[in-house]
Design a protein around this ligand. Structure first.
Ligand code: GRF
Length: 206
């Protein structure tokens, strides 16, 4: 990555509060990154509206518009590549990206549970149902699995008596947003290496 601001493509599927935290962070030049595009797998979501309000280009690539998954994989990779990202950030993006994207770019993902516990689309619900007293959030590199990539950062959030899924998820998201912003900023400014499953900030040989 060059010493210029890192180019981020952010992918969203929902309300986009994690995206908003990144949009707010990149307003400061010292953050070291800028958002060059926001992509989604569906129309009409607040995440896209947030990008539009911020004047960031958007694109939508719907799985349903393709006869097969691999066609969608290729098309979304091409849409992402058109923006020449240094890093792709899945911020509440509810699809697994295929090889065309994963082999072309580093991809970061965020998950509302302490991996490897409770991967998948219902991490908050599953943690609550299991009865854990501590859960949290994880920022990791994406790979071909479901929330299985090398872990970059984690933060714990206690489960409170009387929590339901919505209340717990909101408290996790408060922590998740700042963890995501911190992590993306450090990756942009410091670079990183991955050895096996071990992620380290800092440029190779640095
Ligand atoms: C986050 O908790 C993310 O980890 C999960 O969905 C939530 C997205 O929230 N997959 P938002 O769209 O950023 O508000």
């Amino acid at each position: 990555m060059s010493s210029q601001a890192a180019r981020l493509v952010v992918l969203v599927s929902g309300s986009g509060t994690n995206l908003q935290a990144l949009l707010d962070a990149v307003a400061d030049e010292a953050y070291g990154a800028r958002i060059v595009a926001v992509g989604a797998d569906r129309d009409g979501i607040e995440g896209l509206a947030r990008a539009e309000r911020a004047g960031v280009p958007t694109f939508v690539e719907r799985l349903a518009d393709h006869p097969r998954r691999d066609a969608w994989d290729r098309e979304i990779a091409a849409r992402i590549a058109g923006h020449r990202p240094d890093l792709v950030v899945c911020a509440g993006f509810m699809k697994i990206l295929g090889a065309p994207t994963l082999t072309a770019f580093p991809v970061l993902n965020t998950h509302p549970a302490l991996l490897p516990s409770f991967p998948g689309a219902h991490g908050v619900r599953d943690a609550l149902a299991y009865g854990v007293r501590i859960t949290g959030c994880t920022v990791m590199l994406a790979d071909a699995g479901v929330d299985t990539g090398p872990i970059i950062a984690q933060e714990a959030v206690p489960v409170l008596d009387g929590d339901d899924e919505a209340a717990l998820h909101e408290r996790i998201k408060t922590v998740e947003r700042s963890l995501l912003v911190d992590t993306v900023g450090r990756m942009a400014r410091e670079g990183w290496t991955v050895t096996g499953r071990t992620f380290r900030f800092g440029r190779p040989g640095g």
